[in-house]
Design a protein around this ligand. Structure first.
Ligand code: NCD
Length: 385
């Protein structure tokens, strides 16, 4: 597994789960198998007794935080953390990397949810314990994806030849971005069903088109009958400026009428919380699977914690020694991005002090190494010199 590959040397960098593209198909299938074994009761051995999992949630959460804590407890680990940044030193202006360099001395693994895009990648650059991205702004949410895909795989037996429809907020929906990338890695056909202002960002669409068949539709009409799974999401108003939010009409609410032409074995999923985008009358439909799948989230998060905790050296107590600095610290300017500022106002490089822009290249396209926005002249990244 790329970022989550096991390691045993205390001097090698810890494995993390930060972005979907660090996992290939085999890695994801391996996670499905591990989750399945926890479903069958493999946790009874309390295999991570004595370990500590920290949950640092700078944004609201019900399911992600509680299911991670439930998963940790079921593995015998204990948990600590905060769910309200206003009650942490973030309220005093502490930088994220300083919080990470503190909590890594208290816990064996950190589950992080943060409003800035690329925050988990930044944390992974400085942390000596595994970082799990539990959602970074409107960017990615890989652990939600692993269990969304696991649910589809379990119900269908395979992901081969499937068609997945994604609807709601495809622009800011981090669950959509991670799920689309992971499903595309399996060659799943993607249909993005949303009005233009809520469509998938161009830079992500470009990546997906290199991987699989991608279509768009303005509404479910004439599309729903072609789907194996329909992923419905909430409009992320908290990520929009007021004018953008005001310009949007009320979202379409999926209702029993929409499902009339859908297949009997369609899977309707939603990462939750549901607000108005699914009529509660749909909950009774046997194709509605968004509450049934929640248990998949616990066993998948057990699998994730198990892989990462098994690979990480136990927390050294006693201390006193100065840690070696990270090999590639975020405050060192990299030649590839000299003088550049990320064009994404929500990128962690623009929200956190002292973090320098970096770029990566995929298939000849350069992007911000934190938030994945494209670095093309005149498009997303500005030169400040
Ligand atoms: C999602 C999230 O936080 O991105 N929820 C979740 O983790 N289950 C979706 C949302 O908030 O709309």
């Amino acid at each position: 597994m790329a970022e989550s590959r096991e390691h045993n040397s205390p001097t090698s960098p810890p494995p993390h789960l930060v972005q979907m593209d660090a996992l290939d198909r085999d890695d994801m299938l391996d996670y499905f198998t591990r989750a399945e074994s926890f479903r069958a009761g493999a946790a009874a051995d309390q295999r991570h007794a004595g370990r500590i999992v920290a949950t640092l949630f700078y944004e609201p959460s019900t399911r992600t935080r509680l299911s991670f804590e439930s998963a940790a407890l079921r593995l015998g680990a204990q948990t600590l953390g905060f769910s309200d940044p206003a009650a942490s030193s973030a309220a005093k202006g502490e930088m994220l990397i300083d919080t990470i360099r503190t909590v890594e001395r208290y816990a064996d693994l950190i589950v992080l949810r943060h409003p800035a895009e690329g925050a988990a990648r930044l944390a992974a650059q400085v942390a000596s314990v595994p970082i799990v991205n539990a959602g970074d702004g409107g960017h990615e949410h890989p652990t939600q994806t692993l269990f969304d895909l696991y649910t589809i795989h379990r119900r269908r037996g395979s992901l081969n030849g499937l068609t997945l429809g994604l609807t709601g907020d495809l622009k800011y929906g981090r669950t959509v971005h991670s799920l689309a990338l992971a499903a595309a890695a399996f060659g799943v056909t993607l249909i993005f069903i949303a009005p233009e202002p809520l469509q998938v960002p161009a830079h992500l669409r470009g990546r997906l088109e290199d991987m699989t068949v991608v279509r768009t539709a303005a509404s479910l009409d004439g599309v729903i009958d072609k789907l194996d799974a329909l992923y419905v999401t909430r409009v992320q108003r908290e990520r929009m400026d007021p004018a953008e939010a005001a310009a949007l009409g009320p979202p379409h609410a999926l209702g029993p009428t929409d499902l009339r032409t859908a297949r009997d074995d369609l899977l309707v999923l939603h990462p939750l919380p549901r607000v108005t985008e699914i009529d509660p009358a749909v909950d009774e439909d046997p194709r509605a699977w968004y509450f049934e799948q929640l248990a998949d989230g616990v066993v998948m998060r057990m699998a994730i914690l198990d892989v990462l905790l098994s690979g990480a050296a136990p927390l050294p107590l006693g201390g006193g020694a100065k840690r070696p600095p990270p090999e590639d610290p975020p405050w060192r300017e990299s030649p590839d991005a000299k003088g550049m500022t990320c064009g994404n106002p929500n990128c962690v490089t623009r929200r956190e002090r002292g973090v320098m822009m970096r770029t990566i290249s995929r298939g000849g396209v350069r992007s911000c190494a934190y938030c994945d926005w494209c670095v093309e002249p005149g498009r997303a990244v500005h030169s400040s010199r």
